[in-house]
Design a protein around this ligand. Sequence first.
Ligand SMILES: [Zn+2]
Length: 168
Amino acid sequence: MKICKQALNLSSEGGQSSSREKAPDLFDVNISNEALRKIVAHTKSSDEKVGLLIGTVAHDGLWVTDVIGGYGPANSTGTVLLPQTLARVADDIIKRRIEGTIVGWYHSHIGYGIFLSDVDIDTQLKLQQFSQYVVALVIDPTINQFGVFIYDPRLGLVQLPSSQIRVV
Ligand SMILES: [Zn+2]
């Protein structure tokens, strides 16, 4: 499968939150080609898909090196990341079946664009209880775009500007 990296990169600017005030101290997010390829492949579906971003936190930002898809139920009306899903992945990490740690999650919006819904924000806040270095990646396969979000306690929902997202 061929990834249109150009279009995917473009998508990370623009978006609903771009008009908000500039976020301070935002960390960079580096996504490996392989991880992005897996996300694109997994979300090429008419149903919403959800998965976890696996990687590391380094001095130069957050690195997404792998993804785990297929966790939790997903349908065309909404996607939920279940607590038992997190528990299962945490267990895999502890037992070293997974290299790295959870650095975020991803899910798809089928044809309705790049943003976080209220349910998405709730999910993001749950994950951020474990680590502040957790991002939410939303991808819309119908327009070949994705965006990366964090929830900042002071600023609220922030979409990372494209200058802070690298596909490596
Ligand atoms: Zn969503």
